[in-house]
Ligand binder design. Structure first.
Ligand code: A5P
Length: 224
């Protein structure tokens, strides 16, 4: 079975009747959303907050009742994917460009459950270019300021024009190779004017579910 699907369907088991649930974005959590759609058809009573327009479309298609983040104060849990996970369960996210909404939704969730395949598990974060969401105004200046943090920022494009996030912003994919101090970098990045949010999720994940090629699923709990 697909490693992503294995992890994603396992995580669906954490969703219980009556819960308010955040729905992440990407090709892994896609399978959680499909599974939740089936469970809803069979009577599961949940209301969910999507983290992107794509997830909203998918969730509607499979019949999951949706609410907006503005209608809730907190969520019972959020299930989402990641681009990298280290041993402290710190993450890089935003490969799909949804990092801002994902971080906002995660920040009001009692528990953040991350679903990945084993290829996302790393010793050090940083091989995956860190997505940083920036306002289009003066992004060249923001890019220079990011470069001063020892990375090479590349403007994300789609069909040869800048990729636009659901919030109308740009993404600068920052090539670090290795991130030695993720906590400190997270702080420094968000102090740069023009940066809206970055894809480092530090001490946010509670549970990481990893699907392996041999069909095993490993679950890691964060003690925080
Ligand atoms: C979306 O912006 C991202 O944070 C995704 O959660 C992340 O890129 C993982 O996506 P996949 O599950 O498609 O690899």
């Amino acid at each position: 079975m697909d490693r992503k699907k294995l992890a994603a369907e396992k995580a669906a088991q954490y969703v219980k009747d009556g819960m308010l649930v955040g729905l992440g974005t990407g090709s892994t959590v896609f399978w959680t959303i499909k599974k939740l759609g089936e469970l809803v058809k069979n009577g599961l009573d949940v209301r969910c907050v999507p983290t992107s327009k794509n997830t909203e479309i998918l969730a509607k298609k499979v019949g999951i009742p949706l609410i907006t983040i503005s209608e809730v104060n907190e969520l019972d849990l959020t299930i989402d994917g990641a681009d990298e996970v280290n041993r402290n369960l710190d993450l890089i996210k935003g490969g799909g460009g949804a990092l801002l909404r994902e971080k906002m939704v995660a920040s009001i969730s009692d528990r953040l459950i991350i679903v990945v395949d084993e290829s996302k598990s790393v010793l050090n974060l940083g091989r995956f270019p860190l997505p940083v969401e920036v306002v289009p105004f003066g992004f060249e200046i923001t890019s220079k300021q990011l470069r001063a943090l020892d990375c090479i920022p590349i403007l994300r494009t789609e069909h040869n024009i800048p990729f636009i996030t659901d919030n109308g912003n740009y993404i600068l994919d920052c090539h670090f190779s290795i991130i030695q101090e993720p906590h400190e970098l997270n702080r420094k990045l968000n102090m740069i004017p023009g940066v809206v949010e970055n894809g480092l999720f530090i001490k946010m994940a509670d549970i990481v579910v990893i699907g392996h090629i041999n069909g095993n699923v490993k679950i890691f709990n964060n003690t925080k």
